[in-house]
Design a protein around this ligand. Structure first.
Ligand code: BES
Ligand code: MN
Ligand code: ZN
Length: 515
């Protein structure tokens, strides 16, 4: 695993256009530009002075200084300017110890990272005496790597690289050092997978065509040791994927379905026999709405309509890098939704791969159409469960806002374990119901069902209820509607202010490990 990535000057699509610092662990800091000290609050909410802390005396002195705070996310810099061990000390607030969560640590690390950049500190040593659990070390490292992202490939002058090129995690002893090293390696793997997902999502649709993603997937599969097969439209036709093909028929660009397969190396004798998980991702490279065309305002954001596919790609890469013991089959359905003389029209009836017919009421409800065929296809791999992720409905943001995604499905235990993995990563999910009554709204006069009811109620549930018609008896399935959280997550300090968030890559990789 590479420990650091430098920005490549080439504009080639496979270059990694972001730069992680070197993450190291040592038992002593050595010479660095800044010592970083984490401070908690005492019961009176003033910065607490820890016993036997290398900076206890300094904290004691600063405690009374106006503005010196230990609030979560606060940072303060003290400059010595001399030739001491470190010339600067950066204090990072953690709030009250009893209220400290891993997410607060992650956010504090993001605040630290942005302060180190603003202060142009070339290197930093982290003294995290206050943080004793490995989960907190993980959160620290994640808060830093998740903050390292830029999308510069189409700019003549790229955003400047963050000034801090080395972060040393100070370990109390050798035993802890090796555990910390594992966390740092893991964090870099997380950062890479999340940033690949962000890059995919941010790619403009004139470059980010189905063909582009298929080619990129093949390169990544080689790098991560995955099997990769690309299904062309003519093969999709042989597979009778009528709904998938109908969505793309108004586009000049050929659709591609990418099938990635991760087969774990068995972890020696006695290792438990792995199960098979199928991931299915919506990959609409641009969603104009088709003949039911969208309004112009914010239509440019519809280049992100393949974020379900990007997220599951990232999760698969991360799971492979972590050596997860379950088999993963990841099916990413790419196509473009465009209006044209050959496009599908409202009222058209199309036959799905599973034989059912669908009356297309609204060509903008296209995600559920492509997923229906690909969910049916996923059964062929005999998975123990199918998880799909999709930017499926605008309604999910109205229902739940931007602090979670919606999860729906036919198996409560499966949903609970997804929600558990989500909570552990602060990538939360909220369950919406799947009662049969909702299907009443999707009954058609002409076909077996219709793809939308056009009255704007229960939009997220209807999308899921539609897809449920393509899940066979006995198959466990869950659907994540990530439309509200796929991009523009400026309120989360370690996510980019603009563009793709990369949210749920970590959660889905963890889920794949625990499944
Ligand atoms: N890709 C959109 C959903 C979307 C909307 C994602 C806003 C991100 C931001 C999806 O294909 C769509 O258009 N859904 C329709 C469904 C409706 C026609 C039943 C919607 O949400 O309006
Ligand atoms: Mn749409
Ligand atoms: Zn869409």
């Amino acid at each position: 695993m590479a420990n650091s990535k430098t920005r490549s000057s080439s504009r080639s699509s496979s270059s990694l256009d972001w730069a992680f610092p070197a993450l190291e662990t040592r038992t002593a800091a050595g010479k660095v530009a800044a010592d970083v000290v984490f401070v908690s609050q005492d019961s009176s909410k003033k910065p607490a002075v820890p016993a036997k802390h290398p900076y206890a005396a300094l904290i004691e002195r600063l405690r009374g200084v106006e503005g010196f705070s230990a609030r979560v996310g606060s940072t303060q810099v003290v400059r010595f300017g001399g030739a001491g061990e470190a010339e600067n000390v950066v204090f990072v607030g953690l709030g009250q110890p009893s209220e400290l969560t891993d997410e607060k640590v992650r956010q504090a690390a993001a605040a630290l990272w942005s302060r180190l950049g603003a202060e142009k500190m070339a290197s930093a040593a982290l003294h995290f005496n206050e943080l004793t659990r490995m989960g907190q070390v993980r959160a620290l490292a994640e808060g830093i790597v998740l903050s390292c992202y830029g999308f510069n490939k189409y700019k003549k002058v790229a955003d400047p690289i963050h000034a801090t090129r080395k972060v040393v995690f100070i370990a109390a002893d050798r035993a802890r050092q090796s555990h910390i090293q594992e966390e740092l390696d893991r964090a870099l793997a997380v950062g890479e997978a999340v940033n690949i997902a962000r890059d995919w999502s941010n790619e403009p649709s004139n470059f980010g065509t189905p063909e582009y993603y298929a080619a990129e997937a093949q390169k990544l599969a080689r790098r991560y040791g995955l099997k990769c097969r690309v299904i062309s439209e003519s093969e999709a036709r042989r597979e009778k994927m009528g709904l998938y093909l109908a969505v793309g028929q108004g586009s000049e660009r050929e659709g591609k379905i990418v099938v990635l397969e991760y087969n774990p190396k068995p972890a020696g004798k006695g290792g438990r026999k792995g199960r098979t998980l199928a991931f299915v991702g919506k990959g609409i490279t641009f969603d104009s709405g088709g003949i039911s065309i969208k309004p112009a305002l914010k239509m440019e954001e519809m280049k992100h309509d393949m974020t379900g596919a990007a997220t599951l790609l990232g999760a698969t890469l991360l799971a492979a890098r972590m050596g997860v013991q379950n088999r993963i089959v990841t099916i990413l359905a790419f196509t473009e939704n465009m209006p044209d003389g050959t496009a599908i029209q409202p009222g058209n009836v199309v036959r799905a791969r599973n034989g059912k017919t669908v009356e297309i009421i609204n060509t903008d409800a296209e995600g559920r159409l492509i997923l229906a065929d690909v969910l049916d296809f996923a059964h062929d791999f005999k998975p123990d469960a199918i998880i799909d992720a999709a930017t499926l409905t605008g309604a999910v943001q109205i229902a739940l806002g931007k602090h979670c995604c919606a999860v729906l499905g036919n198996d409560d235990a499966l949903i609970q374990s997804l929600m558990g993995a989500g909570s552990a990563n602060h990538e939360r999910m909220w369950q919406l119901p799947m009662w049969d009554e909702y299907f009443e709204d999707l009954k058609s006069d002409t076909a077996d069902m219709k793809n939308s009811a056009n009255d704007g109620s229960g939009g997220t549930i209807r999308g899921a209820i539609f897809m449920h018609q393509f899940i066979r008896k006995g198959m466990k399935w869950a659907h994540l509607d990530i439309a509200a959280v796929a991009n523009a997550m400026g309120h989360v300090p370690y996510f980019p202010k603009k563009g793709a968030s990369g949210m749920y890559v970590r959660t889905l990789a963890q889920f794949a490990a625990e499944f």
